[in-house]
Design a protein around this ligand. Sequence first.
Ligand code: ATP
Ligand code: MN
Length: 482
Amino acid sequence: MAKRIQIKDILNTSEFNRQVTIMGWVKTFRNNQFIAINDGSCIHNIQAVVDFNNTDETLLKRITTGAAVAVTGNIVESLGKGQKVEIKVTDLEILGDSDPEKFPLQPKKHSLEFLREIAHLRFRTNTFNAVFKIRHSLSFAVHQFFNEKGFVYMHTPIITASDAEGAGEMFRVSTLDPDNMPRNVDGSINYKEDFFGKATNLTVSGQLEGELAAMAFGNVYTFGPTFRAENSNTTRHLAEFWMIEPEMAFYDLDDNMDLAEELLKYVIKYALENCADELEFLKERLLEEEKSKPAAERSELDLISKLKFCLDNEFERLTYTQAIQILKSSKPNQKKQFKYLINEWGADLQSEHERFLVEKHFKKPVILTNYPAEIKSFYMRQNDTDENGKNTVRAMDILFPGIGEIIGGSQREERLEKLEQRMHDMNIPTEEMSWYLDTRRFGSAFHSGFGLGFERLVLFVTGMTNIRDVIPFPRTPKHAEF
Ligand code: ATP
Ligand code: MN
């Protein structure tokens, strides 16, 4: 068999009348003559034209949606609308049949909910072809960004024994027999008998280990899976998601925010430049979808304009205290339209508040800083108590339109006594965390870092609205199929 070439290379060609072989899957077969074939190399199909008078009837019958085919033929200029190039078939082989009575993907519009149930096949739709190409490109761009800046990519452990991060509920990792658990005299489970000789979990964040590496390499980042057994059935939470966590020595909170903003803009720009066809497709898809909505609920900007807008504007930076003032006097708060009303300083911001600030008030990405210490993690650097007696920490959350929180980060507490005091106040055992505290004992230095939820980034760039549609096989409460 002749060597196969990719459809994307043929669609861009200007060398006609040469013979090529392509392999791919049949999207549609019209008039016993026109086969639309996709091989995944780009979102576009190629049209292959069969000479049905000289083709065996039984072979024609096997050209069905979903079948895998190998086609050899001549590249010719297309007379049809919508494509410049097509293939005049001289030889066609069915590599794998697809029974049209049984194949669930028919050439019509399927709902995203339906496609989620057949996630093993949804890669073959245009929408998911576009989404996962963009996911790939964003992932590549993240590595390129950090590599250009000389950051070291650190692989932090997936299985950890520390549960101090407190970012979420954890999944236990154990080889103990649930029907025959070794017990201590007091009846509690004896984890000394377990695989690692202690209780272990899947990681919720690589940050603490990232900090250790930053105290030697200066600038590091992780990009790996994280797991949270949180029972939050939202469109923005997964039980297994990917997180990018840079950690930088000698960075204060401003440096941290600058880096985060630069990273987001860099990867969005990369997608605009490298995924133009995919973004164009998703833009049209969204416009189509929004036609059924009342005008007031439609987006002001189309997908591509929204991404460009994000590049062209500086993110709004303000403190938590300033945000509370805005929220307190906001219309939805005055009219009691928020589910959680903002009455006083100290309230944890809910997604409705974050989205009000971003989508209604500032109408652009927002970075909130200096949150109340009470509602943030132990490792965040403590500010001096302010004139009103309020204790805040040097945290920063980046809020995006349609998403809410996309990044959470902070300058870290580098002062040993302050850190130990806070751990003590929050009932976090310092002995077990001795390895972490060593960074503060030996050559401690001010440093910062943040966590970017990768799927939330993909959501933003693709304009999809459910996080289950931007990861190939989503893990959520009661769902671990495929
Ligand atoms: P949220 O308040 O939205 O639950 P968080 O405060 O728990 O977020 P962090 O612990 O700061 O989030 O995690 C850093 C980033 O990881 C978040 O900004 C978000 O982008 C992402 N993230 C957090 N939890 C999830 C999740 N369950 N699924 C997907 N992404 C998540
Ligand atoms: Mn959370």
